[in-house]
Design a protein around this ligand. Structure first.
Ligand code: SF4
Length: 494
């Protein structure tokens, strides 16, 4: 447990909740677990608190292994050697609703009842979790955790009593559930069903790769991001559309079915700004291209007039936007802050060393590049502002003449209840202070945020196709939340 005075790295960034992965091959390939490991390593940025695998051989029971920790520790080669099977699910988790350090909350989730057995992986947040759970409990369902996945599993089981058709059951789920979800289910028959909520908050794609020793066995795959398929040297075949199901069955090509159409889509804009891997494509849009364009659009707003300026990214989150800014403004790009690669997010600052800022350990300033320069410092966002303030101070302490903050996302003023761990309103700097006050508090010489128009233009989708609720309070849910109530619930559960 973290002591009160300890500082954990990564506190001042938003956290994605999960990454999901599913694979299916024919029976020539029984070591699918090793490919799950590779795919999860590529999805590690989506969750670093727990990882797991569920695996089966057609006609045999589902085996599962999960634990708290990084993929490399939880699913190390020694641990997965004995996990044989040709159909599998994988998951990386960062939890907000339930205790993160509890292995019971790690996924894949496995559900067993008289009616149905299945494994499930989930990314998102079910915003009507509480009333759904209450209704199920009244019907006699017993819960062992507070995770959304358990409610979804019980809903599936409850509906299995009247129908054994998975497509029908997923259709019912889409009508009942509110919130964001990208889910993959592995049935006891060995089929995989992947689906996204009707607004498509969370990404999900599918593809295939070739494995085996020359006998060209094709493995079908579904994943949160295309970078997982790329890591397997595979081919992306498509993106699961909002409200669509992709059914993978042995010996057949992927079968898709549009279940619930919504006029309003809501792909999370923050996946593009920060969460997703730079090399991924979300719904066919390159994350790297979006980030560079965010920088280009930012460069158009209130340019810094100086012949002595350099563009410096906050590593690694500001790098692509800084490159775009530099290209659009013709101001040189310089890596004046170098990240200490050995300080990971699990690093705990020793209590007795707390006088020294964690930023001093995390970032090495290159004095000769910084000295006497007007620094245009690019980052993706400001959450509480604590880290940003320290970076500004670090640059000035190392000789920067001035520091001009440029943020590639518009100000984040409202919490997220669709699967991202956001602070409450009073913890969000932009929620409580006007821009000039934030600039002063951070010790910067100027501060410019991205415009809403610049963000939408950079992604290239219509406003009605994106979720931007943390910017404009327009929550695209069936039942938009009462912020006071939700903040109270989420704070209690943290
Ligand atoms: S509120 Fe913000 S972080 Fe949450 S899903 Fe919407 S855009 Fe993404």
């Amino acid at each position: 447990m973290t002591k009160q005075n300890d500082v954990q790295i990564g506190q001042d960034k938003f956290k994605e909740q999960c990454g999901v992965l599913g694979m299916l091959s024919d029976e020539r390939i029984m070591n699918v677990a090793q490919f799950i490991y590779t795919g999860l390593m590529a999805l590690q940025h989506r969750g670093q608190e727990a990882a797991g695998i569920a695996i089966m051989r057609q006609g045999r029971p589902i085996a599962r292994y999960r634990d708290v920790g990084l993929v490399n520790d939880v699913l190390s080669p020694e641990k997965i050697t004995g996990l044989l099977g040709n159909i599998a699910l994988g998951h990386v988790r960062y939890g907000t609703v339930a205790s993160s350090s509890n292995v019971q909350c790690a996924q894949p989730w496995f559900f067993q009842s008289n009616e149905v057995n299945f494994a499930i992986v989930f990314n998102g947040t079910i915003t009507n979790y509480a009333p759904l759970r209450k209704r199920l409990e009244e019907k006699g369902h017993i819960f062992t955790t507070d995770v959304d996945t358990e409610v979804i599993s019980h809903l599936i089981a409850a509906n299995f009593e009247t129908s054994a058709d998975w497509i029908e059951i997923i259709k019912i789920l889409m009508h009942i559930l509110d919130g964001s979800y990208a889910i993959i289910i592995m049935t006891e028959q060995g089929d995989l069903y992947g689906f996204r909520d009707p607004m498509g908050f969370k990404p999900l794609c599918y593809g295939e790769f070739v494995a085996g020793n020359g006998d060209e066995a094709r493995i079908q795959v579904m994943a949160s991001e295309t970078c997982a398929i790329d890591a397997l040297s595979g081919k992306v075949l498509g993106h699961v559309m909002p409200g669509e199901i992709i059914h993978l069955e042995m010996g057949k090509p992927p079968h898709s079915e549009a279940i619930m159409r919504s006029e309003r889509h809501a792909l999370c804009m923050f996946e593009f700004v920060y969460f997703a891997n730079n090399t991924s494509e979300l719904d066919g849009i390159s994350v790297y291209d979006v980030r560079k364009k965010l920088g280009k659009n930012l460069a158009k707003i209130d340019p810094v007039e100086s012949t002595n300026a350099i563009v410096v990214p906050v590593p690694d989150s500001g790098r692509s936007a800084a490159l775009g800014y530099s290209q659009a403004s013709n101001i040189p790009f310089e890596e004046a802050l170098i990240k200490n690669r050995y300080i990971t997010r699990t690093f705990i600052m020793p209590g007795q060393d707390k006088r020294r800022s964690l930023v001093n350990l995390k970032l090495f300033p290159d004095k000769k590049t910084i000295k006497g320069k007007d620094i245009i410092l690019i980052d993706d966002s400001i959450v509480r502002g604590t880290t940003t303030e320290k970076i500004v101070r670090l640059l000035k302490a190392n000789g920067a003449k001035s520091v001009h903050l440029r943020i590639s996302c518009p100000p984040i003023r409202y919490p997220c209840y669709m699967g991202i761990d956001f602070p409450t309103r009073h913890e969000l700097m932009a929620s409580c202070h006007p821009v000039d006050e934030i600039c002063k508090k951070l010790g910067a010489d100027s501060l410019i945020y991205q415009s809403m128009e610049g963000l939408i233009d950079s992604i290239g989708l219509q406003k009605e196709e994106l979720c931007m609720a943390c910017l404009d309070k327009d929550y695209p849910l069936k039942n938009p939340p009462c912020l006071d109530l939700l903040e109270e619930t989420f704070t209690k559960n943290r």
